[in-house]
Design a protein around this ligand. Structure first.
Ligand SMILES: [Zn+2]
Ligand SMILES: [Zn+2]
Ligand SMILES: [Zn+2]
Length: 127
């Protein structure tokens, strides 16, 4: 069952039913908590708009990172998206990237202290 929200559409110039279409990371400054916009798509013309936002959650190397943990990973460990080395970006039946074609990589996973949220993670997951 799809959930519709009646939202103003800039394309239609009128309120139209919108359906949730996914989350898009917001631009952020160093040290800010990461948020994601909730993207909704107009069912009349297909135009997308942001409506609401929520703390950004990412799962990297099997660990769920949110808020301060994610900010720390992005700022201190150079966490970023890169082409998946297992499937070379094709994203076909690839377990490593979940068919995404992209995966998370880090500049360093050296623990920066006892409170580091990435402590215990290992970058070397090459099969
Ligand atoms: Zn529209
Ligand atoms: Zn892959
Ligand atoms: Zn750290």
């Amino acid at each position: 069952m799809k959930m519709y929200s009646l939202l103003m559409c800039a394309g239609c110039g009128a309120p139209t039913p919108h359906v949730f279409a996914g989350r898009r990371p917001q631009a952020r400054e160093h040290g800010e908590l990461p948020f994601a916009d909730c993207i909704h798509e107009c069912q009349a013309c297909g135009r997308e708009r942001a409506w609401g936002n929520e703390p950004r959650v990412e799962t990297a190397l099997g660990r769920r990172l949110v808020a301060e943990e994610l900010a720390h990973a992005l700022d201190e460990h150079g966490m970023r998206r890169a082409r998946c080395p297992s499937c070379d970006g094709r994203g076909l039946e690839c377990q490593r990237c979940d068919d995404d074609g992209e995966t998370w990589v880090f500049d360093t996973l050296d623990s920066c202290g006892a409170t580091c949220p990435l402590a215990g993670l290992d970058n070397a997951v090459d099969e």
